[in-house]
Design a protein around this ligand. Sequence first.
Ligand code: CAA
Length: 277
Amino acid sequence: MAGAKAPRERGGYTEDVSAGQPEEHGLRFEVDGEIATITLDRPDKRNAQTFATWSALARIGDELPERVRVVVVRGEGPSFSAGIDLRMFTPEGVPGQGSFSSAARLGAAAFEQRLRQAQRGFLWLRRPEIVSVAAVQGHAIGAGFQLALACDLRIVADDVKFCMKEPALGLVPDLTGTKPLVELVGLARAIDICLTARTVEAGEALRIGLAEQVVARDDLDSAVHDKIAGLLSTNRDAATATKRLLQGARSRTLEEQCAAEGAEQAERLRALFSAQP
Ligand code: CAA
């Protein structure tokens, strides 16, 4: 029809999808006191992720209540997440969210801006004020693997299968996963894992530092529960300051790190004892 405008794509690489509740984007979000739980909730599609998922994750990060100390990221059903929704590879894409072919037509600046929006959904999980725990069962592929890597800790079921599939699909991992992967397993292993797109199972994940704990599938929830109890047993402000220190350790010299310890401790002592007579 002459003059009719093509419908604008919402979300994906072409516009931010930020409206609506997390449930509309395949996520459940619950807060119980100091514990927040994010559940990837499209089990029939193995919790495949879309841009709307990442926008919803970013929004959860923006609106996280201050009282929350622990954030659990988990997946409903047999798999943690089978990665990006494969409809992104089709010309039609994900309805309302575009496709990789529409992304390819964006200019570099527009693409980078959209990607940064997607990455925002992952980055906040590293905040010092919280500890994020990924509870991972079954497949954690591509974006699923990277979401697990965005968390501070990974407790995994004995059927876990991590796979960085992107290079096999002609892409690079771009959802914040490359840095934590290298930091956790070292450059050589990261190259091996990514450039072969092979599967890392539970025993190896534990051995190379991808997972802190491996438990039987039926014990995953209780293992996470126990970990949360441990994390909540320490002083909240000391935990935040300590995580800040640990996160900065790699980029500081020993001397700088010692100074940073001193500065944090001075602050702690002031907070703990300045009110006392
Ligand atoms: N996107 C969309 N739908 C998916 C999906 C995905 N990534 N993964 C699985 N599904 C759907 C299947 O199409 C199927 O749907 P129907 O029942 O409607 O047919 C349903 O989920 C169940 O899938 P399977 O029957 O395949 O389940 P399975 O348990 O036998 O196998 C699996 C699970 C090994 C994860 C397999 O589904 C699979 O290999 N999925 C694709 C994984 C993939 O290549 N992901 C992309 C990684 S790259 C990335 O994430 C980053 C990036 O930016 C590119």
